[in-house]
Design a protein around this ligand. Structure first.
Ligand SMILES: C[S@@+](CC[C@H](N)C(=O)[O-])C[C@H]1O[C@@H](n2cnc3c(N)ncnc32)[C@H](O)[C@@H]1O
Length: 314
């Protein structure tokens, strides 16, 4: 965990009160804390830094760290590393989705937050146009790998071909990325451990449908997004899933009730001020689709249409 980041973290357990955390460093390497502890002076909760990775989750989200399936599994790591970096190691079937999303970033001086960053590609892209970038995710396996990439400035991993058969893939990284501006931490999109108005850029890409309460995610983004000179990039395939959230909580994909109709239309209305979720509202400057791919094995692919929308505050 970078020292500049430790100065900005607040206690996710004490939200909506914003209580800065106290840092005790046990081992550091230049500006990177490798072993240590953050403590909340109010609730006394402790957040460990181990091997450079800090976990700033509220107590109720801690079980996600123990999950060996889903986003912590080796298969997912292979899938997302392919998805994020296949254009760099010149896979003939590479997706250019991350370059498309990144082409919309604006040069705004300030902190950027990449929510659900996975293995970090958008955070790396954000480092071109922001002074500090923080990628957060609840998958400790993704965050460990993202930090490894950040340190090594190159990629090496075992791509799954079939079952336990793998092949190595590698690539050096784009010289335009500013590695010292970036850090990755384990944190929850529904309890962002940052103070009000900290960020000039926020991205929420392909995560909304994975959250138990999508509207609370947007409310928390509004809290941390600057009231002026800021942008929010949102993108999602809106593949609502009842095992993740109750249809009453969905922001689209239904014919009755609050937020009926299509998800992307709901998001556009919310950007424009509906229900004061975004206050001040966001001016919509782009709205389109991004064709995105996840590669599970050589023979199994997901082709996804992610609908994106960009909101700005002047
Ligand atoms: C569909 S993936 C998208 C990843 C990345 N944004 C991308 O587009 O490549 C969803 C990501 O959200 C993360 N995630 C799920 N629930 C989360 C939560 N409550 N807080 C933070 N991250 C979460 C997952 O671990 C995963 O990395």
């Amino acid at each position: 965990m970078k020292k500049w980041l430790a100065d900005r973290l607040i206690c996710p357990e004490c939200l909506p009160k914003e209580i800065p955390l106290d840092l005790e460093i046990k081992e550091a390497e230049l500006d990177d804390v490798l072993e240590g502890e953050l403590t909340c002076p109010a609730c006394k909760r402790r957040y460990q830094v181990h091997k450079g990775v800090v976990v700033v989750l509220p107590e109720k989200s801690m079980p996600v760290l123990q999950e060996n399936l889903g986003y912590n599994s080796p298969g997912m790591l292979s899938s997302y590393l392919w998805s994020h970096y296949s254009d760099l190691f010149k896979d003939p079937q590479a997706t250019d989705a991350y370059r498309v999303w990144a082409s919309h970033f604006r040069n705004i001086n300030g902190y950027a937050l990449d929510i659900g960053c996975a293995v970090g590609r958008l955070s790396f892209e954000l480092s071109k146009s922001n002074t500090h970038v923080i990628g957060i995710d609840t998958s400790i396996s993704f965050i460990r790998k993202a930090r490894e990439l950040l340190k090594a400035k190159e990629l090496t991993f075992d791509l799954i071909i079939e079952g336990l058969i793998t092949e190595e893939r590698s690539s050096t990284f784009d010289g335009q990325w500013n590695f010292d501006r970036i850090d990755f931490i384990v944190a929850d999109a529904l309890a962002l451990p940052f103070p009000k108005s900290m960020f000039s850029t926020v991205t929420s890409v392909n995560i909304l449908e994975k959250l138990s309460s999508p509207i609370d995610h947007l409310i928390d983004i509004n809290r941390v997004l600057r009231e002026e000179n800021s942008m929010f990039m949102f993108s999602d395939p809106f593949s609502w899933d009842e095992s993740v959230s109750h249809p009453e909580s969905w922001l689209g994909g239904k014919t009755h009730g609050t937020y009926r109709g299509r998800g992307i239309d709901t998001i556009a209305c919310l950007f424009s001020g509906r229900d004061a979720i975004f206050d001040p509202p966001l001016e919509i400057t782009a709205r389109s689709n991004v064709s995105w791919k996840i590669r599970k094995t050589e023979n199994l692919w997901e082709h996804i249409n992610s609908q994106f929308i960009i909101g700005n505050r002047k």
